[in-house]
Every structure is written in C-alpha cells, then in structure tokens.
Ligand binder design. Structure first.
Ligand code: ATP
Length: 503
C-alpha cells in the first residue's frame, strides 16, 4: 500500500498533475502546485461539486468572499482562542512535533507489531489458522494489546480534558523518541495556533494584524444577510463557496492530503431551529450519493460519526475514503446550531436574524454545513483511478481510469505519421472539436507510445488519422479502458464523445 502511494506521488509529478511548490528552490513544506493536467482535473472536480450544489438546488446560491476578513471574525468564530494543535519540541534535534500525532504513531506501531505476529503465525499454521482465536490466546499479542488499550485510554482522556501535562507524561512513559535525534529529551507541550497572520497597512500608521482564512465558511456567515436580502432567499436555503484556506499544519505529510494552502468547497444550509437534525440526515445522504456516483466503488466510503462533538455542534460526521494509507476524512458534515450567526451578532453588534413569513416571527437560523477539501477529493480520485495492468502481449501499462467527465483531456488527436497531409487533417479535426471539449494534438513518437501517454493522464478517447481518413473522412477511435478500436465518421465524433464526457 505504501508502495502504491509512492507510485501515485511520482505519477502525479511525471505527468503534470502535481509538483512540489518552489521546487527549484528545494520546495516549501506541504505546499504544492497543480500542473497542466492537474489544474484541469481540479477544475472538473470543482465543477462537479458546484453544479450539484448550485445548479441542481434552486435554493442554493454561490458566493466568492475575500480571503482577508476583519480580524474580529476569527475572535467570533473561536479560531483565535481555540484553533490549536498541541506541540512538543525535542531539545536535541530542535524539531517540533504534534504531541497527539507522536502518541498516535506509537499506537500504530503496536498495531503493526500485532499484525506481524498474526502474519507469522498464519504462515506457520496454514489454512487451519484462526486469527481471532490467536489474538485472544497468544501471550505476546495479549501483552501488546493490553499496553495499547492502556495508552489509548489515557490518551483519549488527556485529549478530552485538554490536559497537556498528561499528554507529555504519556510521551515520556511510553519512552517515545524523536525520529531525528533518537533521544527522549522533550519540552513541555504547548498549544500552537494554526492560523497564518500577516499585517494590513503600513507599519508606520499602526498596521492591523489580519489572518489568512483557515476555512471558507466564515465568509458565508458574515454575508448571510446580504445574500438573504438581495437574493430574497427563503429559509431553508444554502450558500456555497469554493476557495483557498490556509492552516499552519505542523505534521504536514501524506502529499496533498494535508497541506498548508489548500482549497475547500463549503455549503452552509440555513434552516428553522428544530429542523436541523432532519436536514443533517438529508445532507448526509445527498453527499454520500454524490461521492458514490463517481463509481470508485461503494466499499471505499464510510461514515465516521463523531461521539465527541464540538461545543457548538449537535451532530457531526465525516465521510471517509479509503486512501492508500487507510480510511481518511475527505468531507465533514456538521450541524452547527445557531452558534456562528449568534456569535457574529454578538461581536458585530448587528442584528442577524431572519423573519419567517410563514411562522410570522424572527429567529436566528440554524446551520447544517457540508465541507469538503478539493485536494483530498483530487487525491482520492487519483488513488481510485490509478491502475497498473499486465497486457496479453506481456507489456505493462499504467492507466488512470478517471470518470470521463473528470479527465483533463477528453480526446487525443493523433496523425499516424508526420507527413502526407495527415497532420493537417488532424489539425482540422482539432479546430472543429476544440470548442466542445478539451482536445490535445499529439504527433511525437509511435502511436503505441502516444496511447500510453494518454492512458497515463486518463484520456478516455484517442482518434488516429491515417491515409484512409483522407479518402473517406473516417478515423480510428480507441477507448482507454478496453483498448478496443473502431472506425467512425469524423462528423460523429462530437456526439459520441460529448455524450460520455458531459457532467
Ligand atoms: P483533519 O482532522 O484531517 O485535520 P479537519 O477536521 O480539521 O481535518 P475541517 O476543518 O472539517 O477538517 O475541514 C473540512 C475539510 O477541509 C476536510 O474534510 C478536508 O477535506 C479539508 N482539509 C482540512 N484541512 C486540510 C489540509 N490541511 N489540507 C488539505 N485539506 C484539508
């Protein structure tokens, strides 16, 4: 699995999907750039989300709010006081770690040890091996399991109580060492705010400290009245937004899964108080259907309902996707009560209420939010589509089995040879189709190599222009997934392909 992940990361780079940021300067931690194919795939994902939210729902409208916002917004939202990670430093290596992640890694290592014991035994005993029974009776495994349970219980309690001293005690008691220095010379655990701050205005006239937004949601809350009034929106209704968010993540690993600059697609749905849990259920169902419609396989998704809720929430769940490194959150769905609007009312001193003509009264709407990371969606899409195949000829091919509407390039247009008027004919097809969907002209290397390049970026269709084309205006169309080919008339291409690639 780890191996597949490494291959995906290098595939993304080799084929122009994702590059490390500032690479010629040796990169910048957890910041990435999307290349020529990556940006197309990303735009298609955003369109898939935007259309399903804003086009299909008459009562959902979009906005695009600024990244900079009044600093008091982050006081009201709770981010200044509570958007923290517990950090610990190793005094020898001077490296900083998230204390909770050090403990999680420790627990994962115990799990690995248990798995190894089970694997070893399975090899020894062959078919008659009963893993569950082995785990219950083998003394070594039982010892690992007991240690795991003990640490896990302490850890969960420490997190729940926000007890930083206990978090450090666990690290010390478990003899966790710094991966760099190998020593156990740890500092205290401190809370560290994840927001990036900068200054607005010149320092001489007393610059104001502002933050890069850590989520897009607050831009929606503070525009609630603007949109509701100017759009004459009636509750229930939603406001959707796609945009960049910034978090100074300390454990920045797993490629584009956890970045310091990333993109979110959020929708805040405003409802009558008391109806929020029904809407929460409805959005849960709607959102999982949206994911599953991509066809990556239903078994790759699961809900993770939260037992421990944030103080402002009365229900929360994550949609998790099976990444190459396990099931991980791609989307959060939260019933946030009236916390955000009430808090902005308090901090701004402006009344933020809705007059409900049917109930003939005013109230602060409740909010159900759906929040998904574009980059995590991108990673799940690549992971689900990446496929290494052994062909009958004995050759291997790497193919991205992307859903056709998401593919960066829909049609590869390939003249068989670079002479006899074939390139000109191919250019003619390109000019005719390029307004319908993304086409790419490609004349370099053998046709076989060109097919492989298009397989690797997920192009669902390629057409080859040969000498017969000049006579009868037909081309060979080749399908990515089956690799089958057939002869079709040029004037049918637009229809055949448009039908498959439209969202
Ligand atoms: P995590 O627990 O993984 O840090 P979170 O619960 O803090 O995520 P939310 O604040 O609910 O995440 O943000 C909503 C969505 O934004 C997440 O489901 C995820 O898809 C995306 N997201 C959050 N942080 C990052 C990040 N650092 N890099 C990429 N995407 C992110």
């Amino acid at each position: 699995q780890e191996d597949v992940f490494k291959k995906i990361v290098s595939h993304c780079k080799e084929y122009g999907f994702v590059f490390p940021s500032s690479e010629i300067y040796d990169g910048l931690g957890a910041v990435y750039d999307y290349g020529q194919n990556g940006v197309e795939l990303k735009n298609n994902l955003k369109k898939y989300w935007w259309d399903s939210m804003v086009l299909l729902n008459e009562n959902v409208v979009g906005i695009d709010s600024a990244i900079f916002m009044h600093p008091t917004i982050w006081k009201a939202s709770g981010h200044v006081d509570a958007f923290n990670d517990p950090l610990i430093d190793n005094k020898d290596s001077k490296k900083r770690y998230r204390a909770d992640v050090l403990v999680e890694d420790y627990l994962a290592k115990i799990d690995e040890k248990i798995d190894k014991e089970v694997e070893k035994a399975a090899k020894r005993f062959g078919e008659s091996f009963d893993a569950a029974m082995f785990k219950e009776t083998n003394p070594r495994v039982k010892e690992y399991q007991a240690k795991r349970d003990e640490v896990h219980t302490r850890f969960a309690k420490a997190l729940n109580d926000g007890n930083l001293e206990e978090l450090r005690n666990i690290i010390v008691d478990c003899e966790i060492v710094c991966p760099i220095s190998g020593t156990r010379n740890w500092t205290e655990v401190r809370q560290f705010n994840l927001m990036f701050a900068t200054e607005m205005g010149s320092t001489s006239d007393g610059a104001m400290k502002v933050y890069l937004r850590p989520e897009t949601a607050q831009g929606i809350f503070v525009n609630f009245l603007n949109v509701q009034k100017t759009g004459r929106m009636k509750i229930p209704f939603g406001i959707a937004q796609i945009g960049k968010a910034f978090r100074n993540e300390i454990v920045a690993r797993q490629f584009i899964f956890r970045m310091r600059e990333f993109e979110q697609m959020e929708m805040q749905f405003f409802v009558r108080p008391g109806e929020e849990l029904d809407w929460f259920k409805k959005w849960k169902e709607t959102r999982i259907k949206w994911h599953k419609a991509l066809g990556y396989g239903d078994a790759k998704y699961r809900f993770h309902d939260h037992d421990k809720l944030a103080h402002y929430a009365n229900a929360a769940t994550d949609i998790e996707f099976e990444m190459p490194f396990g099931f991980k959150e791609v989307e959060g769905i939260h019933s946030r009560t009236d916390f955000d609007l009430s808090s902005h009312e308090k901090f701004s001193g402006k009344k933020i209420q809705y007059f409900d003509p049917e109930l003939n009264k005013s109230y602060t709407p409740y909010v159900v939010e759906t929040s998904i990371g574009v980059d995590r969606m991108f990673l799940s899409t690549i992971a689900a589509s990446y496929c290494e195949e052994k062909l009958e000829s004995g050759e291997e091919r790497v193919v991205l089995r992307l859903p056709a509407p998401l593919a960066p390039v829909k049609l590869g247009i390939l003249p068989l040879v670079k002479k006899d008027g074939l390139p000109e004919k191919a250019e003619e097809i390109m000019s005719a189709l390029k307004f319908d969907f993304k086409c790419q002209y490609d004349e370099k290397d053998s046709v076989g190599k060109r097919y492989r390049r298009h397989d690797a970026i997920g192009t669902p269709f390629c057409v080859t222009v040969d000498h017969q084309t000049l006579e009868d205006n037909t081309v060979t169309i080749r399908y990515r997934d089956t690799m089958t080919q057939e002869r079709v008339a040029i004037d049918q291409l637009s229809n055949i392909i448009s039908e498959q690639v439209s969202m």
